[in-house]
Design a protein around this ligand. Structure first.
Ligand SMILES: [Zn+2]
Length: 137
């Protein structure tokens, strides 16, 4: 049985993040220490099987981004939106939606903070997912 997220929205995928306090859940290899998100059962660097779950930092900086103007198939959200890669430190980069009232605020090296938000799924039910909200310098 899957847990229901706060607010009744279902996580877009189990095990990607926790709700309170919000954090992405990565994995640190017990052999070589490589940090990975999303978590994998086998380390991509050393092939070791065995990793500890790690709550990732909730703040980072935009490493790169693009503005999406044409919605991908099945996407019910608003366009345009920003899709980026956020540098969380420790060599870890995470692909995520970038959230900003004004997309002009999205730029490389902008500070940003993890935020959970809901998307409408194909059947209309809310799906909880994660993004990074662009903040002030
Ligand atoms: Zn490893």
């Amino acid at each position: 049985m899957s847990e229901v997220a706060q607010g009744g929205a279902t996580p877009v995928r189990e095990g990607l993040f926790r709700e309170d306090p919000p954090a992405l859940l990565g994995a640190r290899c017990e052999n070589c220490g490589a940090l990975r998100f999303p978590a994998l059962a086998v380390c991509a660097r050393c092939q070791h099987e065995g990793a500890s779950e790690v709550a990732l930092p909730d703040q980072g900086r935009v490493f790169t981004y693009t503005i999406v103007h044409a919605p991908p198939p099945g996407y019910a959200g608003e366009v345009p939106y920003a899709l980026g890669v956020v540098e969380l430190g420790d060599g870890l980069r995470v692909a995520a939606t970038l959230l900003a009232e004004d997309l002009a605020a999205v730029r490389i090296s902008a500070p940003c903070r993890l935020e959970l938000f809901d998307l409408a799924g194909e059947d209309g039910a809310a799906l909880r997912t994660y993004g990074f909200r662009i903040g002030e310098e």
